[in-house]
Design a protein around this ligand. Sequence first.
Ligand code: ADP
Ligand code: TRP
Length: 332
Amino acid sequence: MNSKKISLTGIKPTGMPHLGNYLGAIKPALEMANSGQYEAYYFIADYHSLTSVHKAQELNDYIYEVAACWLALGLDPSNVTLYKQSDIPEIMELNWILSCFSAKGLMNRAHAYKALSAENESKGRDTDHGINMGLYTYPILMSSDILFLKSDFVPVGADQLQHIEIARDLANAFNHVYGEVFTLPQAKVQEGELVPGLDGRKMSKSYDNHIPLFLTEKKLRKMINKITTDSSEPSEPKDPENSLIFDFYKLFATEQQIKDLSDWYKRGIGWGEAKLELFNVINEELKGPREKYNELMADRKLIDEILEQGAAKVRPRASEFLKEVKKAIGVI
Ligand code: ADP
Ligand code: TRP
């Protein structure tokens, strides 16, 4: 028996992952996997995307983009099991079972649903306008993703904490009736704030303020140039602690680089110069992975093979565990 704790996380294929996904989830998850201390399972949450992406070709492309991002950023399939949620039908069976243990009120309180219904209300629309049941019960499917593998740790950005709490609530509700069937998962969240977007709010695809991970150098430079700044002269001293460019810089630079740029801010720096420094540190980190990403996207067969192998490893565990759950509830 393997005594290593399980680390599991998923990314929704709704577009190419962005710098927030990378720093908040992908990078910490890969660090956990590479530490050798965990058994790692990372997956593509494609059924979650179906709550919002209803174009087949688009969804299919996004699946490859997310898989290629994981691989390009260093996921080693011999060390981490990479799979696609929709290849594990047991997750959907568990989804139904768990939905029978989820109070409706718990879903009413889920942040993503609440935000959408509040937006509807503020615009004078019906509160349920545009909200499908998949979106409403999203946290139950996410709980199934986590619980079916008896995950111990879930590396995610802080915006996902409520979902992990819900997974624990559902596991507890079930265990309370049937005994200790489910393992209670714990979130592993990066310290500090969520990565900001180009407008200073949380970086998110939904806010359209994000920097996709693998843009060409030219496009990356252009995006960085879009960060809004004030109209102060280059020679004027600037406060690094009050600058979005500097906030981004800190996420990619070394201690020494951070100190040097901070000094330059205080002496007076032109915003164009600050943006170039920022471009350089981001580009330095992403240059190698970008090449790998482009290679992988040009040969999707390799991605197919890796995902198939991942699913083949996960399914026997899923079906074994589901038997345990079915026995507990009395259907077998
Ligand atoms: P988006 O909000 O762009 O749709 P996802 O919901 O697909 O992103 O998030 C995938 C993972 O990335 C999750 O673990 C999430 O917590 C993390 N994440 C998303 N945005 C950020 C951010 N701005 N800062 C840190 N982590 C983030
Ligand atoms: N809800 C997560 C997000 O929007 C994606 C996700 C789905 C997930 N299932 C998961 C993350 C299970 C961690 C574990 O980012």
